[in-house]
Design a protein around this ligand. Structure first.
Ligand code: AR6
Length: 186
């Protein structure tokens, strides 16, 4: 599914984040930045050991923030390591921290002149964030940013399977009503 928001194409795709040819891919990292399972493990395996050597130098990253490294053996030139929150239904800061992980990734990309970026569904695997709650936050944060700044040609969400994709597709359809003057479904 694709939508045009101002000058940016927003795309939802089912697939593997490590195979994307966008200038940057985003990692669903933890605050140590020293690797892990899920997206993080897949990105480190595909990028090679030089990636861990670089992230070791960074000294970690707070939840809701992001750091940038090179992409090494990946097709993407850069990896942006975003740290989403561990889900807790009774913590009112959790949605803001998730939004912040997306926003900080976009800010870092913009600062580096990156024009295309691919995101996974941050926090919705090992970190337990319910997809139906996370998808509108992820898409809403990206839509707000790309409505405000003409920094990107393409922002892509790479969803790992059909059921994750369909939750994001539903959330995007709902969100596009709010952007109906500047967005089209293709
Ligand atoms: N491409 C795209 N999406 C993927 C891929 C892939 N190759 N692999 C998994 N997913 P997770 P989190 C989906 O657990 O919840 C790590 O150990 C997956 O189905 O990777 O933010 C880190 O080191 C899910 O929808 O990230 C942290 O400790 C989504 O990506 C912790 O997990 C995110 O799942 C971060 O947990």
């Amino acid at each position: 599914m694709r939508a045009q928001i101002k000058t940016t194409q927003l795309e939802l795709l089912q697939g593997d984040i490590t195979r994307q040819d966008t200038a940057a891919i985003v990692n669903a990292a933890n605050s140590s930045l020293l690797g892990g399972g899920g997206v993080d493990g897949a990105i480190h395996r595909a990028a090679g050991p030089e990636l861990l050597a670089e992230t070791r130098q960074l000294g970690g990253c707070a939840t809701g923030d992001a750091r940038i490294t090179k992409g090494y053996r990946l097709r993407a030139q850069y990896v942006i390591h975003a740290v989403g929150p561990i889900y807790q239904s009774d913590d009112p800061n959790v949605p803001q921290l998730l939004a912040s992980a997306y926003r900080r990734s976009l800010e870092l990309a913009r600062e580096h002149g990156i024009r295309s970026i691919a995101f996974p569904s941050i926090s919705t695997g090992a970190y337990g964030y319910p997809l139906e709650e996370a998808a509108p936050i992820a898409l809403g944060t990206v839509c707000d940013f790309i409505s405000q700044f003409a920094a990107f040609d393409l922002v892509r969400f790479v969803l790992f399977n059909e059921s994750i994709y369909s939750v994001y597709a539903d959330a995007l359809r709902k969100l596009l009503h709010e952007y109906k003057t500047s967005a089209t479904l293709e």
